[in-house]
Design a binder for this molecule. Structure first.
Ligand SMILES: [Zn+2]
Length: 136
């Protein structure tokens, strides 16, 4: 019979992977902050008289977007951590709603490879694609 959920030790591994990802993102957000803020502002002011203003504004905007996207990701990673606690992490969402509709190869589990790569995944690739095509 197919496995219905990941074991405790497997979940521990996923948890570690997620925490590492969160750490990486926090670092990269810090990095963005330190390049957009204080140090650079003098530089911006000095040159804002001419052509550079637009470019700098664009940079800041881009970094801002990046930051909000990253924090969305962190939010989703935190939700994933919660699912680990709840014990339903790695189980395809489609399966949880309607077991019959889930056609993931490892149903109901999302493959380990996918979870390591996309730790916030809530569906298996197969179900995700079907959802995209409105087949679910
Ligand atoms: Zn599925």
């Amino acid at each position: 019979m197919a496995k219905k959920a990941y074991t405790k030790s497997e979940l521990k591994k996923f948890e570690k992977n997620i925490l590492e990802k969160i750490g990486e993102i926090n670092e990269s957000i810090e990095g963005v902050r330190s390049t957009t803020q204080p140090n650079n502002s003098v530089f911006i002011e000095e040159r804002s008289e001419d052509f550079n203003e637009g470019t700098e504004a664009h940079e800041v905007e881009k970094n801002f977007l990046l930051m909000s996207r990253e924090s969305d990701y962190i939010l989703n990673l935190n939700k994933a951590l919660q699912r680990i606690k709840d014990g339903n992490y790695g189980i395809c969402e489609v399966y949880q709603k309607d077991a019959e509709k889930c056609e993931c190869p490892d149903s109901p589990l999302i493959t380990k490879e996918r979870l390591m790569e996309v730790p916030n995944a809530t569906k298996g690739v197969f179900c995700k694609e079907k959802k995209k095509l409105n087949l679910l």
